[in-house]
Design a protein around this ligand. Structure first.
Ligand SMILES: [Zn+2]
Length: 247
């Protein structure tokens, strides 16, 4: 092997990778044109390089596919866990008697529909949502009598929060805007819900709702209009005076 050949062959890997200078490249190219042995060596090395670059994407693609599979699977697992977390959370709330539970949604729907019926003045429909008890009947009759005296429910806000209480009860709340002789009153109704029945519990007159429509600042009962005190009197004395929402 000539001296030039050994030099060129030493430089060939660098030349293939394009790492040699312009002058060196010219010398190598000139040598390759004249020396068959070195050209063969170059072609062999160049072919290897070509094979490597040709197979690279093929090697990458399965990896990408595997990567994509793991990402998809991870997302799926996260999604399933998130979906499963909801009933677990509801069940946990039902056990500790606090927070949103399965019955909360049913109760919300019931309270909302019952108050819609009251707003429409459809007391027989409203009665189907309320418990078949003396308290409920007295409450509905009192409301109906008030309506005849000119007290109207103009709007009802859907219960914005329900909470389960120990003993399988779910408490619900609704605010009804009631009007009497041009005056407007926001009346907070606390009801409980159990097995498809609403039991009226307590009413309060809201002076000013607090931000986020949670419990508002209340009027003293002595400040209430007489008709609202009448409605209050048909309800059993409330067992809960202060309801504190811990959520
Ligand atoms: Zn040579």
């Amino acid at each position: 092997m000539r001296e030039a050949c050994s030099l060129v062959r030493d430089l060939l890997p660098l030349y293939i990778d394009g790492l040699v200078g312009e002058d060196s490249s010219k010398i190598i190219e000139k040598h390759l044109q004249t020396c068959r042995d070195c050209r063969r060596q170059y072609e062999a090395m160049g072919a290897e390089v070509k094979i490597e670059t040709a197979t690279l994407p093929d090697l990458k693609r399965p990896f990408l596919r595997i990567k994509r599979f793991y990402i998809t699977r991870t997302l799926l697992v996260v999604f399933v866990l998130a979906v499963l977390a909801i009933p677990v959370y509801f069940g946990f709330n039902a056990l500790r008697g606090q927070g949103v539970t399965f019955t909360s949604f049913t109760a919300s729907g019931y309270v909302s529909r019952a108050f819609d019926a009251l707003q429409e003045g459809d007391y027989s429909l409203a009665a189907t949502y309320f418990a078949d008890s003396d308290d409920s009947r007295a409450f509905l009759q009192s409301l109906e009598a008030l309506q005849e005296e000119g007290v109207t429910i103009t709007t009802t806000l859907a219960p914005w929060r329900t909470f389960s209480l120990s003993g399988g009860y779910t408490a619900g709340q609704a605010i009804a805007r009631m009007e009497h002789e041009g005056e407007s009153y926001d009346v907070y109704f606390l009801v409980s819900y159990r097995r498809g029945q609403i039991i009226p519990r307590n009413i309060m007159l809201i002076r000013r709702p607090l931000p986020g429509h949670r419990m508002g600042i209340l009027y003293r009962r002595s400040e209430w209009p007489e008709w609202l005190q009448e409605l209050d009197q048909v309800l059993s004395p409330p067992s809960i005076y202060l309801l504190y929402d811990t959520n």
